[in-house]
Design a protein around this ligand. Sequence first.
Ligand code: CUV
Ligand code: SF4
Length: 657
Amino acid sequence: MAEEKKAKQKYYGPADKRTIDPASEAVIANRCDDGFIDLFARSDAMYPRCKFGSEGVCCRVCAMGPCRVQPDKPGKDRGVCGANVDTIVARNFIRMVAAGAAAHSDHGRAVCETLLAVAKGHSKDYEIKDEQKAIKVALDMGIEVGDRPIVDIVKDIAELALAQYGQQQGEVLYTKKAPLKLQEKWRELGVIPRGIDREIVEILHRTHMGVDHDYEHLLLQGARAALGDGWGGSMIATELQDILFGTPEPITCDCNLGVLEEDKVNIIVHGHEPLLSEMIVAAASSEDMLKEAEKVGAKGISLSGICCTANEILMRHGVPPAGNFLQQEHAIMTGAVDAMIVDVQCIMPSLPEVARCYNTKVISTSPLAKFPGAEHIQFDEDDALNIAKKIVKKAIENFPNRPDKVFIPDEKEQFIGGFSHETINYLLGGTFRASYRPLNDNIINGKIRGVAGVVGCNNPKDTHDWGHTEMIKELLKNDVLVLVTGCTAIAVAKQGLCRPEAAAKYCGPGLAEVCETVGIPPVLHMGSCVDNSRILIAATAMVKEGGLGDDICDLPAAGAAPEWMSEKAISIGQYFVSSGVYTMFCTTFPFTGSKNVMEELTVGMEKKYGGMWDFEMDPVIAAQKMIQHIDKKRKALGIDKARERVLFDMEKRREMA
Ligand code: CUV
Ligand code: SF4
């Protein structure tokens, strides 16, 4: 093991383990040695990692560089153009925001276009599944409802949502959903996004050689583009997907590689946009496809997912996730996958090569994304079901080509997913008087200490899933209710934390009591990465319910991404911070090379937005810092005493027992 990794190993997890997931561990042990190098080995091969890159002080914005700047070495403390570390780190930071916001927002755009086509009667295979949600969204957007036909309302929604992308002036519509006090802060700072695309483009302009060099000014633009993601592109994606595919409700499901079935055609969808995966769900359960499967000797078709597309179809159909980000190769390495269907984001280009050893077909589908070695069948919303069937048929035809060595691990774990903002509201308050009151009351009386949103990816520098699990267990033990999305959600669902029984096993007494009374797990799976917007809405609902201050930054709440890797995570982190959330990142933080930028991301941003970034390698210490922040907020609200009383009462009860 490289020296650098050795030095950091205690923060990355148990040194002898690649993963804490027994399913992945078994697959790795059993893997084909046919000349490909698995992702953990590839990660190790990258040590020592470039120190300049790791700290964010390498600039390759223009061809006078690359400039690797060393602030303490006179003569080397600036790039050729004179840019110092502050400028370079801030530029690198907001370029990550731009890429992340672009990815989420493009996802939202595709949803708008499909919804518009449905309203115009073009995309015959989709329908408006949730009319109630459509009406709610219309009201939010200020679109007239009256007794207009639903398709007309939906057409207006789709058009207005699409217009948010190209809007040049004014304010992105959904920012008006935020607490008033927060909107005021944003307005004063000039960070309300004018249009979703415009802010992303402006980042690229401002970070071009020789434009904006003031790190604080650059970071403000980063915040503006990130808000255009969280309260723009991502929120549009979530809200319009609910109209198109239904608002999620709690649903019980299995997850992990054990969901693959040896005697069935196994199809995995991997990527992000549910437009395709929804149709694959329909195609895979259609009569004609099942007949085709029978013809090749299969006992049916088994569909599962990887990454956020898994979360999308889990939330709405109970299709099981086969794994999270770091399991994409492992799924293929079982030899049991007949086709992996991919669209965009978080898909490793290694897949076709791994797939060759196991006769798996990798099929790319997005007009944006091709993978050397994969077959490309382009998806088209206007002929969605036919194309989905064509793709499913490819998987069926591949079933007889299974390799000799098929190895499906036994592990699968049951969990509950599907906690949209709407269902949390109903679960807590009841169908007739949906409300966050009981949640707020339980926070005020101290049974629940606070709420944490833990989200994000896996990173092979870490022992797979270890950071998520350690952090969340620490939070639960301290009575913090946890909301999860993305690969975190799949990680801890596999660990058994997303089932009601976890309350008694892992939670402090207060949180356990509340979860048991309501019948919910202590970790609520809220969906995919774009569904982090559901967390913003839930936080706003808590503020509006009353008793916990009048802004998101007053809430005893925190956010985290313990095993992050993608640029989307930086965009998410920034819109959380700019919305007032204390946001903790672990594993790595490639901005530490500038003291001033680090100061601005923490102290500076807390002054501006009430939320701040923090970075801590150790996930347990990170959790403790989140708890400290929650306690600080409880104290400011004057509800810290209530909690002491609760603890005292528990102690008394124990004494009596
Ligand atoms: Ni969009 S962004 S690895 S799939 S959470 Fe998973 Fe989530 Fe990160 Fe990617
Ligand atoms: Fe170097 Fe400046 Fe060009 Fe960056 S923009 S590569 S610091 S000369």
